[in-house]
Design a protein around this ligand. Sequence first.
Ligand code: ASC
Length: 153
Amino acid sequence: VKGKSFLAFFVGVSSLVCALPSSAQFAKPEAAVEYRQSALYLMGNHFGRIKAQLDVSKPDVDAIRASAALIEVLKTLPFEAFLPGTEDIGDTAAKPEVWTDNERFKKLAHEMQDRVSELNAAAKSGDVKAIRASFADTGKACKSCHEDFRKKR
Ligand code: ASC
């Protein structure tokens, strides 16, 4: 009986500890930081590829389309990893304001996501002029969030 209640207590405490802040999807806070940095890295990489195409005289619209479609898929991923308990972990560049002014952070994230939808629609249309305009608007959305919520490196 003693052995069993100890086991029950141990299981209870362990599951509580495992359920703490950095939450179900991530084994530890470092994993959440890696996850959001990875998603943002891929978004930046594909945003850069679109820029490279817009900088040449005959942009490869299929390449732009592929990158825009990927960014559309990636655009929500970083935000599930800005969890409480993942501030000041590893080499995060996230400012404390991500958590202290989370309403505004979410608002800017949604604005970016709306601009990305427009960029993806423009890319699908193949209209380079529209892609250029959407690309500029999306870049502004990236920048305005980084200004307020990302530490200067
Ligand atoms: C990128 C990237 C950003 C944005 C931003 C746009 O390619 O990594 O953070 O563009 O610089 O202003």
